[in-house]
Structure formats: C-alpha cells, structure tokens
Ligand binder design. Structure first.
Ligand SMILES: Cc1cc2nc3c(=O)[nH]c(=O)nc-3n(C[C@H](O)[C@H](O)[C@H](O)COP(=O)(O)OP(=O)(O)OC[C@H]3O[C@@H](n4cnc5c(N)ncnc54)[C@H](O)[C@@H]3O)c2cc1C
Length: 492
C-alpha cells in the first residue's frame, strides 16, 4: 500500500490541553494544522481528559501569590552562580550554555505567569467556565481555580472549535501514532512519520509541535530514568497510558537538550485496589503510615496536605513493594468531612481491635502494636478544648526522641474501631522532557532553537523534585498557545 502523505503549515502531535491549544492558536493565526492523536476519538485528550484541572490562580486574571516562588524553588538542583549570573541580563544575551541547561529558566516562569490570565480568558472565549471549585485536600496552602467539568470540558471545547469554526484549517487524525521526526537536508524539522489506522503515513509541515505528554505510560523509560521501584507505580488515570514518551525520545534523538528532572515524576498517593480516576487517599495527616513490616517511615504531617502529599508518596514508593497502610482509630471521625480526602471507591479495611486489623492487612501484630505504642508515648498530652485543629496546622508535634517525628495533628491512636487503607505511589506525569525557550522552541545542546521544532505541556521538561501543584494544565495551555502562534508565523 502506498504511504499516505498529508501536508499543512503546522503539525501538532497530541490532543491534550497543550496540543489543542497549539492547534487552535496556530489556526487562529491563519495556519493550516494537522493534529495526530494516538487514541481513538472517544479517548482523546490524554491526561487532560481525566484531571479536575486546578489552576494555581487567585482569580481569573491573576496567578497565585506563591506561583513564581514555588516554581523557582524547584527550578533545578544546585544552580551554579558562575553559570546563572546571566539571569540578570535579557534572555537574548544569555550564554548558550545557560539556555541549554535543564533548569527552569526565570524567563520561562515569567512567560508562564504572564500567559495564565489570558489563557483562562481565551478558554472562556471557547466556551469554558472557570470557578472556585472544591478540592479534595482538607488543608491547603494556596489558591486555585478550575474549569467546570474539569480537563474534559477543556478538551471538548477546543476539539469542538477544531470541528466547527476551525474545520477548514484543522484536521485531527485519531489512532495515529507519531514515531519519528522528518528533517530536511538543512536539519529543519519538516514533519512526522506516523502509523495511522490504514498503515504508515507522513505529515509534512513547516513546523512541528510536540505535545504528546511525558513517558508515564512507558515502563522501560520509567525504569531507566526514575529507577526500578517504578515497577510499583502506575498512571493515576487512563490518560497516562497513552503517553509513552515518543515525543521526548524523538526530540532527544534530533539533538534537543534535556529539560527538567528526568529522575522524577509527579507522585500521588492512591488506593491500589481502586480503578477510579485519581483514587487518592490523603487522610494520613491525621493517622499513621506503616509499611508491610509494621514500621513508620515518614513524618505524616510536615505541612498542609496539598503541600506534603507528593513527598510522602515518594517515601511510600521506597517501601517494600512500594506499599503502605494508613491506620486510623476512632478519632478520624473528629475530622470534619474527612471523607472528602478519600477518593477511592473501595471501602476501608475495618476492625474492632488492632489485632484484627493487623491480621486483615497482613502486618505482624506485635510489630504494629510496638509502632503505635512508641508513637502514642511521644504524643503531646491529649489536647483539650480546641488545641486539635483539624483544618489548619495545629503544631501538635510528637515529643523529641520519636523517629520519624510527626509534626502536626499528633494524637494517640488507641481507640477502636480501626480503619486502614492501602496506599501506593501513582505516577501522574513525568518531569523530564525537552528544553524550550520562552517561545516554546526546542533548544539544542548549544542553546539554539532546533529549526521548526516546538514542545509544550508535559513534553517540555521544567519541574524538578517537587511539582508546583495546579500548574501543569496551565503550562499546557500557556505554552501550547505560544508554540502554536510562533509556529504559525515561523519559517525560520
Ligand atoms: C487525575 C489527574 C489529575 C490531575 N490534576 C491536575 C490539576 O488539578 N491541575 C493541573 O495543573 N494538572 C493536573 N494534572 C496533570 C495535568 O492534567 C497534565 O499534566 C496535563 O493535562 C498534560 O497536558 P498535555 O497536553 O501535556 O498532555 P496530555 O493531556 O496527556 O495529552 C497528550 C496527548 O498526546 C497523545 N499522544 C501521546 N503519544 C503520542 C504519539 N506518539 N502520537 C500521537 N499522539 C500521542 C496522547 O494520546 C494524549 O492525547 C492531573 C492529571 C491527572 C491524570
């Protein structure tokens, strides 16, 4: 069969928030656009389809107060002042070495923050509605907005635009997997080699936007970059299985510089028994976490739930079989609305006595009892009145000598009935990706744009260690729009 060929001005890989934002923006700028999507139409939208899509914003036009600070805190490992002294100069004057390093550049944080409000307004112009919607963390450290209907509503609004108003300029090819970049003899990226429902095909254009997510659905890349314990993780929702890292691999093979932390991913604590979307269990602040040996291994409450769940998930991953149990006694019922913090659709493991609970979760009773006894002995005197403040950091810290300590909400666990949930570390999305400049152009190892190549969303690498929550959909939209507009007018 002859290889099918399609051509347009801009080729976009991926149909999540980043790809659709790029495609619609390129089309609005007058370009003809081809979009490749690995999934069938009913599953389109990758991770975006499954997220509630919180945005770290104060209101529809303003980013949260801590937005830039939190991102800058996790911009790299130890920045070398000799290399980063150029940060004080305009980006165009930076030495190439600095542009190509994997750190999240201040110029990128700036473009991201500046683009957030306009991105919300742009999505609203496509039919989305943003509001202050409830989140499942019982204690929070920042402000957030979200679209009514979550990421699914964003995917549907933008895809609908492509199918109606933009139909003469945008064509989405479903069940079509990008496999390789096409480069011309001058090294410019001029298209994508793919496999579609009818066999091999080529998509040619002046520019290519890679928006195919991270590598959370690729076990080999996860083990290679993030380590063998990733065998105990899984994507937090179905969308992650579609993201198998081809965009990142293609970019690196073409000479792109790596961006972000290749050894990390956004970790979230979920109930492994549940197939629900984001089956998170985040009540551990009020209880204890034990591993399969019955031992504690982490401070369960160093900060508000939304600020510590990722680090705690990573600690869980390091335990035997990457598994822990959160143990609660009857005092859990003192926490208003604690059920909000459990999104698993599986019932807790319940028992009248600790011995029965140990038996049910398969943990040695003597060890579990000793763990609880040590913890109970280090709890501050049983708080009276309103010293225990479930919905704010209450400073009820264990007495010195307990390792690890518990920094807040420390009350003895000694009163049945008992409840436990198993918790594993799920993989929401990976951090490592392609280094881009503020135009979303992919940079080579010498800090120069790879002609014709852009990346947006998870495919661009920015985060290190700790994910600055509620910024990834925003990243996809902001840099997708930038990529689409730049690609539409770029022939350089
Ligand atoms: C349950 C859940 C909750 C989350 N909560 C939040 C939140 O509240 N706030 C927030 O900011 N972020 C959140 N995130 C993260 C955020 O949703 C994602 O990081 C973001 O939506 C990614 O957008 P994207 O466009 O880069 O990738 P995706 O939306 O994953 O889109 C990638 C697309 O590329 C396609 N694709 C992959 N490989 C290929 C290929 N080779 N060829 C063709 N197509 C390909 C996929 O099928 C997919 O459609 C959450 C994620 C999940 C799953």
């Amino acid at each position: 069969m002859a290889r099918q060929e399609y051509s347009a001005d801009v080729v976009v890989v991926g149909c999540g928030i980043a790809g659709l934002s790029a495609a619609v923006s390129a089309a609005e700028a007058g370009a003809n656009v081809l979009v490749l999507e690995r999934a069938p139409k009913d599953d389109r939208g990758g991770n975006t389809r499954y997220t509630e899509s919180f945005w770290r914003m104060k209101d529809h036009d303003t980013i949260a107060d801590d937005f830039a600070e939190r991102l800058a805190e996790n911009a790299a490992g130890y920045l070398d002042p000799e290399v980063t002294k150029d940060y004080n100069r305009p980006y165009s004057d930076w030495q190439p070495l600095l542009r190509a390093q994997p750190a999240l550049d201040p110029a990128l944080i700036e473009a991201w923050g500046e683009g957030a409000g306009p991105a919300v307004r742009w999505l609203e112009s496509k039919g989305a509605k943003f509001d202050y919607l409830p989140i499942y963390f019982l204690t929070v450290s920042t402000s957030r907005l979200a679209p009514v209907g979550g990421g699914w509503a964003l995917v549907e609004a933008l895809a609908k635009w492509c199918e109606t108003e933009g139909a003469d300029r945008v064509a989405i090819h479903y069940e079509t997997t990008a496999r390789g970049l096409i480069q011309d003899e001058d090294g410019r990226i001029v298209g994508i080699r793919a496999l579609g429902p009818d066999g091999p095909c080529e998509f040619r254009g002046n520019s290519v936007v890679l928006a195919s997510g991270g590598f959370e659905g690729n076990a080999e890349m996860l083990a290679r970059y993030c380590g063998p314990q990733t065998q105990w993780t899984r994507p937090i929702a179905k969308g992650g299985y579609f993201n198998r890292g081809e965009g990142i691999r293609m970019g690196l093979e073409a000479g792109a510089a790596p961006g972000g932390d290749f050894g990390s991913f956004h970790a979230q604590p979920v109930d492994p028994r549940s197939g629900a979307i984001e089956a998170a269990v985040v009540t551990f602040n009020y209880g204890l976490l034990v591993n399969l040996d019955g031992d504690r291994f982490t401070d369960e409450a160093p900060a508000t739930a939304d600020a510590c769940y990722e680090a705690i998930s990573r600690d869980i991953l390091q335990q035997k079989k990457g598994l822990a149990y959160v143990i609660h006694d009857a005092r859990l019922d003192d926490v208003p609305n604690w059920r909000l913090g459990v999104r698993s659709d599986q019932a807790p493991i319940e028992a009248a006595t600790l011995a029965e609970l140990a038996d049910k979760i398969g943990v040695n009773f003597n060890r579990l009892q000793a763990t609880l006894a040590a913890y109970n002995a280090h709890c501050p005197p049983e708080p009276t009145g309103d010293a225990f403040k479930a919905l704010e950091l209450d400073g009820l810290r264990t007495k010195p000598g307990l390792i690890p300590p518990k920094s807040n909400w420390s009350r003895p666990l000694d009163r049945g009935p008992w409840r436990a949930w198993p918790i594993m570390c799920s993989n929401c999305f990976t951090f490592g990706g392609l280094k881009v400049n503020p135009n979303a152009q992919v940079l080579d190892m010498d800090g120069r744009p790879l002609p014709g190549l852009y990346a947006a969303g998870e495919t661009m690498g920015v985060y290190h260690r700790t994910y600055t929550g509620s910024t990834s959909v925003m990243r996809g939209c902001v840099f997708g729009r930038i990529a689409g507009r730049h690609a539409a007018r770029s022939n350089v």
